[in-house]
Design a protein around this ligand. Sequence first.
Ligand SMILES: *Cc1c(COP(=O)(O)O)cnc(C)c1O
Length: 387
Amino acid sequence: MKSIKDIDKKYIMNTYNRYDLEIVEGMGVNAYDVEGKEYIDLSAGIGVNSLGFCEMGWVASVTAQLCKLNHVSNLFYSQPDALLAKSLCERTGYEKVFFANSGAEANEGAIKLARKYSFDKYGEGRAKIITLVNSFHGRTMATLTATGQDVFHNYFFPFVEGFDYVEAGNLKAIEDLVAKGGVCAIMMELVQGEGGVIPLDKDFVNGVRKICVENDVLLIVDEVQTGVGRTGKFLAQEHFGIKADITTLAKGLGGGLPIGAVLAAAKCSDTLGFGMHGTTFGGNPIVCAGANYVLARIDEDFLYEAKQKGEYLQEKLAEIDGIEQVSGLGLMIGFKVKDYTSSDFVKEGIKRGLIMLTAKQKVRLLPPLTITYNEIDKALTIIKSMV
Ligand SMILES: *Cc1c(COP(=O)(O)O)cnc(C)c1O
């Protein structure tokens, strides 16, 4: 029989350059390969498994829902999505939620919402969205266009119209673009994730917020990676003292199940009406049961712990000779390693039983938020042995 790696290579489109590792099961922070070798996972499926692999309570909630009601269309009411929307709004102060299935889809919804809001008030011709250079917003046509990196703007022409890019920190450029007119929204990550784990400057973020308020331009904050406790606050916005008009969530929200969410403030929570947006799978009961469990777990104490652990890990990394440019917020961390490309370092880590991620030239860590100090220390020992 052919190996899974061979079958994968033959039958799955080669859009991912996979590491030489087949994971067969996981528990908590540990993953296991075909030979039963154990790995410490500091990737959490790219920030998805917020409670680690197969956390018992999460599994129980999801399977209970699975045995009760697997799916209903959005033509009917059901409990899990209604309760999830309620908890999300209560946690964040937002007014209403739209459920999607991924980060890109959530951002796509946010873009549509912003354009509709502007159309309703100002008519056509005010549809431009400003995003930041080095951002990442997804792989659909609109979110790919929104992504402020030239490498993504290839092959798939024509891209979606109406996007402009500004360097993070350049408030003047944003002011000028908005003053020219035609702008309906500014969209940004507060810690650029794929771009290299780069937190934005607080004054810049507050400046953008101010420009938005003064010009009735909607601020969309993409918290697909930073949201749901990743940075040690429920939303990364809390670190910056702002609240966006629209916030998108995805990765960590379902604890390992595909979900995206668009959170809208009162100003624009009724902008999308019947039939204006939709998705077959959005708000699926099983997925929402998983997310409801994640939200119930991530209380203030949990967040405080995550923040402390993130600071500890960042401090310890910064002390290691050969590691530089440690950056991030909470348990979203990036760093450079002398004499290593990020991808070579990650490959070497896998050999030594440690799973990490890259973000451009940086090594990126997005461990489960439930990781213990003991597990952090074990991971640090492996990292130290590598540099
Ligand atoms: C991962 C990511 C996305 C895209 O999410 P998908 O679920 O892959 O569509 C969008 N924005 C940010 C900030 C992300 O990190």
